[in-house]
Design a protein around this ligand. Structure first.
Ligand SMILES: *[C@@H]1O[C@H](CO)[C@@H](O)[C@H](O)[C@H]1NC(C)=O
Ligand SMILES: *[C@@H]1O[C@H](CO)[C@@H](O)[C@H](O)[C@H]1NC(C)=O
Length: 184
């Protein structure tokens, strides 16, 4: 008797919370009128920098967090410096923070999920988010810019990546990035 009473109570609670959830999520978004900024012309910015994937040495910028069987699923977290020039000691303009993973057994095409976090001048504190496919042995790889923050709010665009140096023995790589973004 007591248990069927409990079940009924639980049923009532479930029903009422379901209604609450439906009621409060019915308007979880709203259409906004276009602001002045959205009517004005988009800005187009070209960024150029070098990405340093440092695997070797005492202070690597990458960490393998999972090694998949036959490499499938191997996942690497990165906090790579982005520099103005091609040398590692060149001025740091930002960091690439995120991860890449191998979602295929058949080719060396990485899934890149990362934020370019800028540290210089008008871009200091702003970010650009990349989500794309990176077939590392192709000369030029194109990846979509899926968004941004700060100066790069409402970003759309693309990044072109070219390997400048790759050390097969250590795994260290330097990649040149040209990023084209439209933003407000
Ligand atoms: C959702 O509706 C409630 C009640 O009408 C209102 O107070 C709230 O501002 C609305 N939220 C959005 C995001 O429109
Ligand atoms: C970037 O912003 C941070 C935090 O506001 C500040 O500490 C730093 O000095 C700034 N860097 C440059 C180069 O302006």
């Amino acid at each position: 008797m007591a248990s069927s009473c409990h079940i009924f109570l639980i049923y009532l609670v479930l029903i009422s919370t379901t209604f609450l959830v439906v009621a409060s999520s019915a308007n979880f978004s709203e259409q906004l009128a276009k602001t002045e900024a959205m009517h004005s012309a988009n800005k187009m910015t070209h960024l150029h920098f070098y990405f340093h994937d440092i695997v070797s040495g005492k202070n690597p910028s990458v960490n393998i967090i999972f090694r998949g069987k036959n490499n499938l699923g191997t996942t690497v977290m990165i906090d790579d410096p982005l520099t103005q020039g091609t040398e590692r000691g060149s001025k740091i303009v930002g960091r690439a923070q995120g991860m890449y993973a191998l979602p295929t057994k058949t080719d060396a095409a990485l899934l890149m999920v990362m934020n370019f976090c800028f540290l210089e001048g008008e871009f200091n504190g702003s970010t650009i988010s990349i989500l794309g496919r990176n077939p590392v042995f192709e000369k030029v790889r194109e990846m979509p810019v899926v968004g941004g923050s700060g100066v790069f709010r409402f970003s759309r665009g693309y990044a072109l990546a070219k390997t400048v140096r790759f050390n097969l023995r250590t795994g260290d790589a330097v990649v040149e990035y040209d990023v084209y973004v439209m933003h407000f």
